[in-house]
Every structure is written in structure tokens, then in C-alpha cells.
Write a protein that binds this ligand. Structure first.
Ligand SMILES: [Zn+2]
Length: 258
């Protein structure tokens, strides 16, 4: 087994409708929202966890590719595909089975962050309406006999507003396992197909009620492995400025001593 190259899918996820990926209630203050979304704790902007993209795309592809549905409703496992070494699900998303000889899951789903343009728009929303980078959507249940909202059924949900854009990356690793990487290159098409499926379906919760419709704009780039080690990581970007890692290292160790 030998690593050959990365194939990188990069691009934009645009929210066509409000997106809701639930966050933790542990951090809510008194009078806070019942149903918060997930946010970066440092800047409070929403983000799309790579795990959400990965989980949803995996389940859509298990529906799509013949014979990949687990018998018990659980995620597809290596034994479900008769230990097929070329299985796109097992290869792309990875398996925990000890017997696997084809290496790690090929796709790395990065977290998606709000683009700078969208950050501006969300800041405006905060200034004008006092909403912290989200919309607050109220929903209710209908009493079937009275034909109106059921008493006490009002619920509030946070959503990322429609129109918001996130950057996203998926890095895909191609390994040569006596096949010049052909199996991984063939399976890469399934990953692209997964993006299409996700566009037809929904991301996050309440997809059947209109939430989480998204659109992808993508670019695919191949990164060949350099012949020799060319990348020497001696510099780091700090707030857009290049600094020597050595200086940063000393600064950080000094802080620890204090
Ligand atoms: Zn499989």
C-alpha cells in the first residue's frame, strides 16, 4: 500500500433554506433559546461540522449503491459487503474492522465556516434585529379537532438564515494497492455523486419541513505528492502575518511557564 495523491474538493455550501444543525443546551443562559444551533464558541458564528456532512452523505450513498443497506438499520459494515475490498462505502468513509487491509477511510470532511461575505450580512442582521447571526423560527403543533395551534405547543428554533454561505473542503486520499490507485480514483465519482444526492435531500434537521436545502459550488484539484520533501514548515500565519514558528514556539512556552 502506497499513498499517491490527494484529490481536494473545495467550494461553497449555500443555504437555500434555513439550516439547523443542533448545538448543545449545556451552554444556554437563563432565558436563552430552547433549541440552539451549533456555533464556534470563540466567535459565536455557526459552522457546519464535517461529521454532519460525512454522516448525511454516507447514509444517502448507502441508500443509493446496491446492497449497501445494513440489515438492522445501522450503518453499513465491512461484513455486510462480504468484505469487498473495493466497496465504495467502506473505502470512502472508513471501517473499524480489524481485518481491513485497504488502509484508512479515504475522505476527510473538514468543518465548514461562514464566508467573509456572509459574516458581514450576519453582522448586519445582529445590528438591525439583535439576532446573534441566526434567525429564530417559531413553530407550533396543530390541534386536529379545533383546527388551530395547540395550547403550549409553541417552540422556537435557531436556524442559519437562507442565503448564508459556508466554505467547505473534502480531502480524498488515493492509495496504490497493486492497482495504481485505480479503485480509489473510480470511487471518487461516488463522493461527487454524494454531493449531488445531498443537494437533492437536506442537511441538518427537519429536512421534511423545508429546512436544510443546500447548494454546492465546487472545484476539484489534484495534489501530487512531491518527489522530495519540499515543504519545510518553519513559518506560520498569525492574523494574516507571517511569523517564524520558532518565535511562536518560544512565546507559547514562555506563557506556559508563567
Ligand atoms: Zn462495504
Amino acid at each position: 500500500m502506497k499513498f499517491i495523491q490527494y484529490k481536494t474538493i473545495s467550494g461553497i455550501i449555500q443555504c437555500v433554506s434555513g439550516l439547523r444543525i443542533g448545538g448543545s443546551k449545556d451552554t444556554i443562559e437563563i432565558g436563552g433559546m430552547d433549541n440552539p444551533i451549533i456555533r464556534n464558541p470563540l466567535d459565536k458564528f455557526p459552522y457546519i461540522p464535517g461529521s454532519s456532512l460525512k454522516g448525511k452523505m454516507r447514509s444517502l450513498l448507502e441508500w443509493e449503491i446496491d446492497g449497501k443497506l445494513g440489515k438492522d438499520g445501522n450503518a453499513h459494515q465491512f461484513k455486510d459487503c462480504n468484505k469487498d475490498d473495493k466497496c465504495p462505502i467502506c473505502r470512502i468513509f472508513g471501517v473499524t474492522d480489524d481485518e481491513v487491509r485497504f488502509g484508512p477511510g479515504r475522505a476527510i470532511f473538514r468543518d465548514g465556516y461562514v464566508t467573509n461575505d456572509s459574516k458581514e450580512k450576519l453582522r448586519e442582521l445582529q445590528l438591525k434585529k439583535g439576532l446573534l447571526y441566526v434567525e429564530e423560527k417559531t413553530e407550533t403543533a396543530i390541534d386536529r379537532l379545533k383546527g388551530k395551534a395547540k395550547d403550549g405547543s409553541l417552540r422556537q428554533y435557531e436556524r442559519v438564515p437562507a442565503g448564508t454561505e459556508f466554505s467547505f473542503y473534502i480531502d480524498y486520499r488515493v492509495f496504490d494497492i497493486n492497482d495504481n490507485g485505480q479503485t480509489d480514483i473510480d470511487n471518487f465519482q461516488w463522493l461527487l455523486h454524494g454531493l449531488w444526492l445531498l443537494q437533492q435531500d437536506a442537511l441538518g434537521s427537519s429536512g421534511s419541513r423545508g429546512y436544510g436545502q443546500i447548494k454546492f459550488g465546487i472545484h476539484v484539484k489534484d495534489t501530487e505528492k512531491p518527489d522530495k520533501v519540499k515543504f519545510i514548515p518553519d513559518k506560520v500565519l498569525v492574523e494574516g502575518k507571517e511569523e517564524q514558528i520558532k518565535d511562536r514556539y518560544e512565546e507559547i512556552t514562555q506563557q506556559k511557564k508563567r
